[in-house]
Write a protein that binds this ligand. Sequence first.
Ligand code: FES
Length: 567
Amino acid sequence: MEKKSNTSYGDAEFSDFLKMAFRRHLGHDEADYEKPVIGIANTFSEVNRCHSHIQPMVETIKQGVIAGGGTPLEFPIMSLGEMFTSPTTMMYRNLVAMDTEEMITAQPIDGVVLIGGCDKMAPAQLMGAASANKPSILFSGGPMNNGEYKGRTLGACSDCRYFWQEYKAGTVSETEIKEINKELAPTAGHCMVMGSASTIASCSEALGMMLPGGAAIPATVNERMHMARETGKQIVRLVNQRIKPSDIMTKKSFENAIRLLMAIGGSTNSVIHLTAIAKRVGIKIDLDLFEIISEETPFIANMRPAGEYQMQDLYHAGGIPVVLKELESLLHLDELTVTGKTIGENLNNIKIEEVYRDIVRTINNPLHKDGGITVLKGNISPNGSIIKPKAVIDKKLLKHKGKAVVFKSIEDMEKRINSEALEVDKDSVLVLQNAGPVGAPGMPEAGMIPIPQKLLKQGVRDMVRISDCRMSGTAFGTVVLHISPESAIGGPLGLVKDGDLIELDVKNRILNVDISEDELKERQIGWKAPEFEDRGYYWMYRKHVLQADEGCDFDFMLPDFKDKSIL
Ligand code: FES
């Protein structure tokens, strides 16, 4: 074991002497600190309701650590709940990553169990663990059980959006929407469709940072407590074997994670998160890699919002291990995982029961022959943007030309979107500017721009929408996101005006505005950067956040922040 870090008093022996005096009240004796000391980064929070149930799991992880021959020490980490954080949790993902890294590094622990769940927590913790590089395992609080309303399965938050849209269209009554609201988040756990939380947990299994099966077990099922105990035991073994995140998170393991992302039709947010985590270990992955892997990966997991099932169903089918088993011929099988074995070894003996075949298809009989996320380029997004074509409602819109209806900001959009005076029809392209990492700031999940109410009432349910912000992994529609560079730093999206003709051609990977290069240059000359009056964290965030295609980490958190080649 490596020497544990110590508070500095200029006398290392005195530091040990003091440490012993101050930890006696925990019931520990000196021998306990000669064992592997395992930090448990507890993210319990009642404000983050997706983590409000995890305390018994933390206790069980501790039991596992003790059973494995280690000493557990629980400590708090910032906790972000999607529905309860303003302006958006993405604004604080990097802060959680810094908190995680510094606490792992500063404290006298040999390894750590990180507790993920709600969307930004697992990515942030993996970023922190990658930089701290002490043995680490990610554990998830698990997804909610399925909701149900009048015999129909409900999922947070795809159905939150679907029924809200119908309520606005007038097809769902006030009484019904209140009843539905009670069933949208029916149990403890994180959102149970293949949104960002489920996606990043699933990708963590493929990356090798979570024990096999850890992503899909519902929060309420006893098996999750068993997984907690196993995680506690396994982190002690990892410390003894000196297996660190840098041994596990390799270029090839990121390719495995991206492969899985495409096969499950996972969240667009994961593109940003995987890029950021990889950069923390000095690995450059870019949008072109996502595009290549998407083109060659069949979409086999029939999961909402792009498919029909939810995490509870996937759990019964065998979870992410059965998806990986189907993808076996496309994976790098020699990559090490937190089991201490390779991902290929973990997949020995994994088998899906045929009764679940509609949930996880074979690669020869996929739902779609290519993956769930497509990268677009063109004169509006020179550095790329993304779309989830399988979550598009009106497939005709995958190739579309329409006139831009431009909103200058999220506030502008909220103010005008339902105005009777708004000149918009079903063929318009809704354009949202200044909602990116710097502009908003924090790139909120406002990309699924609401369909104007007057069009909803005419029966319109999908339109082309483009922006430099994100959308929830649970959202759907013909929504182009993460346009980069963003409008607030001078990206061409900010130069689009009402009435400009926008061309979307997903098959040919094109997103263009039909104006000449000269006209674009002229508009650029007249463009003024927005001014911000920030202090504190907001000031630091806007000054240092990277663009969406670069992972939205802070530039100074990269392994060598002077080396721009990783961007
Ligand atoms: Fe936490 Fe959806 S609100 S995962």
